[in-house]
Design a binder for this molecule. Structure first.
Ligand code: FES
Ligand code: FES
Length: 154
């Protein structure tokens, strides 16, 4: 049985017919919309590479069933920049070398933005590390990531 859902993705309404109720938001974004900035790392909620904002809250999109999010407002890494103008968190990641291979970076940036909106960490580096502990970086770029977040929310 097919299911119809609508999402707002990066400001644009998108309609989908799902022939499989088990499709995740991650697969919908990557395979149906070709928004491949959101990465598939572990596909089981352990790495944070797939972090997006849903209704302003950060989630692991690999664990989220699309069918459960009918009507949701989704923001992905592709929706941040305005033309040539990067989002302040994107610019801060560049300024502070907050990445090496870059695979984790979209998830790190989306998680940082979500965390800043939650206003949980303030300017405490330890709290920032704790609040972003769900986002792993195999390259170990954590020092630059924390510095970037500190600058972006200054
Ligand atoms: Fe979703 Fe790793 S791909 S948490
Ligand atoms: Fe390579 Fe984080 S920059 S995994």
């Amino acid at each position: 049985m097919n299911h119809s859902i609508s999402l707002t993705v990066n400001g644009a309404r998108r309609d989908f017919v799902l022939d499989d109720p088990r499709v995740t938001l991650l697969d919908l974004l990557r395979e149906r919309l070709h928004l491949t900035g959101t990465k598939k790392g572990c596909d089981r909620g352990q790495c944070g590479a797939c972090t997006i904002l849903v209704d302003g809250k950060r989630i692991n999109s690999c664990l989220a069933l699309a069918i459960s999010h009918d009507g949701a407002d989704i923001l992905t890494i592709e929706g941040l920049a305005r033309g040539d103008r990067l989002h302040p968190v994107q610019a801060a990641f560049i300024a502070h070398d907050g990445f090496q291979c870059g695979f984790c970076t979209p998830g790190q940036i989306m998680s940082a933005i979500g965390m800043m909106q939650e206003a949980q960490a303030g300017n405490d580096p330890e709290r920032i590390r704790e609040c972003m502990s769900g986002n792993l970086c195999r390259c170990g770029a954590y020092a630059g990531i924390v510095d970037a977040v500190l600058e972006a929310q200054a």
